[in-house]
Design a protein around this ligand. Structure first.
Ligand code: SF4
Length: 112
């Protein structure tokens, strides 16, 4: 074995480590896609009266809203309980605030 062989092995090891780290990062991204937060001005959000903070809902303009209703206890929320921003069935590839609300709210069973 000469110096040239050692350098080649080091390079090979570096390439292998780099590839392994890259593959792990790619797998993490594929398993948990990072979607952008829903904009309250998004046309669908406006149509459904979505807001990031359910406490700001005007009950006179949204008679179906009741205190205590928010995305975290809505049937359409699909994320991990406790996360501040989660996917919603009604807003594909966007995240809604767990504290948010829209007029499509439906009580999630077991959250009464
Ligand atoms: S459908 Fe439910 S989870 Fe989705 S934005 Fe409306 S209230 Fe929130």
């Amino acid at each position: 074995m000469n110096g040239h062989d050692q350098l080649t092995r080091r390079q090979l090891l570096g390439i292998t480590v780099t590839a392994a780290v890259g593959a792990a990062a790619g797998a993490a991204v594929a398993a948990e896609p990072a979607f952008p937060k829903l904009d309250e001005k998004d046309p669908m959000a406006v149509a459904l009266h979505y807001v990031h903070d359910a406490k700001l809902v005007d009950p006179k303009k949204n008679p179906t809203y009741k205190a205590g209703h928010h995305c975290a206890n809505c049937l359409h929320l699909t994320g991990k309980a406790g996360d501040a921003w989660q996917p919603c069935n009604l807003f594909p590839k966007k995240l809604v605030a767990a504290t948010g609300w829209c007029s499509a709210w439906v009580q999630k069973p077991g959250t009464a």
